[in-house]
Structure formats: C-alpha cells, structure tokens
Write a protein that binds this ligand. Sequence first.
Ligand code: FES
Length: 110
Amino acid sequence: MRSMARVHILPLDVEIEAPAEATLMAAAQALGYYWPTTCGGEARCTTCACEVLDGMASLTPMGRAEERALVTERGRRVLQTPLRLACQARLRDAGGRVEVRKPGVRPPLA
Ligand code: FES
C-alpha cells in the first residue's frame, strides 16, 4: 500500500490523506472537496491561496510561477507570509503532515 501524506484543513477541520507529489488543491479535489479557484490551477488567480499553519517543510519550495502570481496579485510582502498557492504547492513526501487554513473549502456533496 502506498503511504500517504496528511493535510489538515481549517476552518472546515477535516484531515485528508494525499499522495506525495499531489498539489494541496488536487488532493482535496480528488476526494470530492470544493477548493476555491478561478483559473483552474494555472497559477494565475491566487484564489486558491491558503495559509500554511504547520508543516511548510513538507511542501515543495515555491516555484517561479507561484511566486510571480502571488507577487503580481498580492504584492511582494506576501512572500514574508505563510501563504502558498494550493494549486502549486505539492506534498513533498508521503508521511508528511501539513495544516492549512482555507476558508471556502467545502466537503464533498453527500
Ligand atoms: S487556482 Fe488559480 S492560482 Fe491556484
């Protein structure tokens, strides 16, 4: 069995399992969660941005596309905050645990 990383999503207060290499947004979407997005995951809108409360080291480092989108949409100061684009930040390895805050994430429809 493939081991999974864990993502705790606030304020919804759910913990999901996610395969390594998945983006935060894709991992949640794969389980049926709604994650706010406007550009559909192309690192342009920053609607998907979430605050990483814990486990930043379990995510891949910020790449150029993510940095460019965040700075363009929210200003350079955003780089001093724990904000990451959920459509770009990937879980670095199975076994990691990340806690994020993203208002607007909704559970799968029953
Ligand atoms: S979904 Fe648009 S930047 Fe992530």
